[in-house]
Design a protein around this ligand. Sequence first.
Ligand code: 2DT
Length: 212
Amino acid sequence: RIGNIDSRGALVVLEGLDRCGKTSQCSRLLSYLEGLGHSVELWRFPDRTTSVGQMISAYLSNQSHLDDHTIHLLFSANRWEKRSMMEAKLKAGTTLIVDRYSYSGVAFSSAKGIDIEWCKAPEIGLLAPDSVLYLDIPPEKAAERGGYGGERYEHLEFQRKVAQCYQMLRDSSWKIIDACQSIEDVEKQLKEIVLDQVTACKKGKPFSLLWS
Ligand code: 2DT
């Protein structure tokens, strides 16, 4: 606590289709903020290191088969098991750059035809991001980039459905970034938005919860 404000870290989430460039932008943001002397960590969901995460990983690599609702709840459980650590880090002043979050959870499951409200329900009460950076790319363009790794969801047809489902989740915390631009141009825009959020959270911007 500085004076009478609760200074904290920012919760910044990157979302988008496979091959939109999320992961490399996350690491660029990490080094940028570190360079400015901020306390910052890179997180990703699914977090495959936990026991729930290992079940998810086996499912994604087609080593196991699970009912669509079951895997949805496991993805959500994987966020819930990290929730208290997330809140503690933010309160201690650490900014978290998070590669995928509840929006992936809802977009990928509702793309299979599960009701969107049902998909959102288990996410209620998780921390809401201060900013959702959506790296916008047409599914065809992303597919052209190649390197789909052969995991369960890495097919153009399914990615098209996911893109439509993401559209329905946009709210005021979203910033849509054109991910067809050069890596450097995308990076420049992301840095500006993230630095603004880090500053706002240092000044005591209150937490909010999903799903709002
Ligand atoms: P990567 O590890 O390559 O990002 O792929 N997914 C992710 C879901 O279906 N639900 C979720 O809640 C999350 C976080 C997106 C992970 C794959 O898992 C999908 C791609």
